[in-house]
Design a protein around this ligand. Structure first.
Ligand SMILES: [Ca+2]
Ligand SMILES: [Ca+2]
Length: 146
């Protein structure tokens, strides 16, 4: 406002200033809108909780919104692998397996999911070779937002 008063000396300068002010306001609003849009989608990203298989101690998984990672960890030596079963927003079932043995750290699956998309997932036990997942071993479904 102070700057406006200082520039309010000649009509031409004021007009120029108004034009510039208009442009900068448009630019500012555009920038603010972009910021809001970015922060909205960024804040929409929400990690999901850690989930366990039905037994509660043989496998666990998690969804991390930053970078769209799903982690799965086989923590029980029983010849079965751990697998996070998740659905993308098109309800296509996808799998993230820890098939390299138990108790040796999680396996990270790196996806690229559209910002704000809903991801629901659960962790189960299965046979990686055949791809068979034992339905009764699946824990509860939870969700996060990419
Ligand atoms: Ca296992
Ligand atoms: Ca493993």
């Amino acid at each position: 406002m102070k700057r406006f008063i200082v520039l309010n000396e000649g009509v031409v300068r004021v007009r120029k200033f108004h034009r510039r002010l208009g442009q900068s306001l448009v630019a500012t609003i555009a920038a603010l809108t972009a910021t809001v849009a970015i922060s909205t989608s960024a804040s929409a990203g929400t990690n999901g909780p850690t989930v366990y298989d039905a037994s509660g101690y043989k496998a666990y998984g998690i969804f991390l919104s930053y970078g769209d990672h799903i982690r799965v960890d086989d923590v029980y030596a029983d010849g079965k692998s751990a697998v996070v079963v998740w659905n993308d927003p098109h309800l296509i079932e996808r799998h993230c397996w820890d098939s390299n043995g138990s108790n040796n750290g999680y396996t990270d699956c790196n996806y690229n999911i559209r910002e704000g998309d809903y991801v629901d997932y659960r962790v189960c036990l299965g046979d990686y070779g055949s791809g068979y997942i034992y339905p009764s071993t699946c824990g509860r479904s939870v969700y996060g937002y990419a």
